[in-house]
Design a protein around this ligand. Structure first.
Ligand SMILES: Cc1ncc(CN)c(N)n1
Length: 216
């Protein structure tokens, strides 16, 4: 079994909770309230900057030039491709940029930045992998069920599309290669990092769904 297959098995209960979450259900049905999607887009714009930063850290710390190039391309794509999507929605819904990270975004971005800077590259790669992989799977899941006139069609098409699929495949290959080179203790840390980021993906959607803010 490939290492990444094991990672995916590990998070099945989390992934199931994501697919069953009200945010994903309503996004699929096209009935997600505008304030919920606005909150999500505002937080995601903040998230993507740090996601790009985390990938850039992995690029800078890579020992192989090919890996450096790969992570640098992922970082560039995270900013460019997804920013385009966000600009569409910022204009469409007249969304004001947000500057304050809410709890899930704060936790997730800080976790990614700490892991990609302080842990090994293999563990850092496992931490960023759910951001690719879960979005591809959720994107496909929604794509198969959503009607064409869904107001969130651009979002759905981005994550169910070929360009995103290709980057996920590359990220999976990279992670499996790192796992092959890692010892058993490091592989355990990779599993834990993958699990933690997967959990934080759920929290990210849940914060938007509940319009969660800082309680104190
Ligand atoms: C929170 C989050 N996770 C993942 C993705 C997809 N890269 C995203 N846009 N936002």
């Amino acid at each position: 079994m490939q290492f990444t297959e094991q990672l995916w098995q590990d998070i099945q209960p989390i992934y199931k909770s994501i697919l069953e979450h009200g945010f994903v259900k309503k996004l699929t049905a096209g009935s997600l309230p505008s304030p919920t999607f606005q909150y999500y887009i505002q937080q995601d714009a903040l998230y993507l900057v740090d996601f790009g930063r985390a990938l850039s850290q992995l690029a800078a710390r890579s020992t192989q030039p090919d890996d450096m190039l790969q992570f640098a391309q992922f970082a560039q794509n995270a900013i460019l491709v997804e920013r385009a999507l966000h600009e569409t929605y910022f204009a469409l819904y007249a969304i004001e940029p947000q500057t304050v990270k809410m709890p899930a975004c704060f936790a997730y971005t800080n976790y990614l930045l700490a892991t990609t800077s302080l842990q090994s590259i293999a563990v850092g790669a496992a931490a960023v992998l759910p951001c690719f992989w879960i979005y591809r799977e959720v994107g496909r899941f929604i794509y198969q069920r959503a009607i064409q006139a869904n107001p969130y069609r651009a979002w759905i098409d981005t994550y169910a599309g070929d360009a995103f699929d290709q980057s996920v495949t590359q990220m999976l290959e990279l992670t499996d290669r790192f796992a092959e080179q890692a010892g058993s203790a490091e592989r355990e840390m990779m599993r834990e990092a993958f699990r933690m980021s997967s959990r934080l993906e759920w929290y990210f959607w849940n914060d938007a769904y509940t319009l969660n803010g800082w309680l104190v």
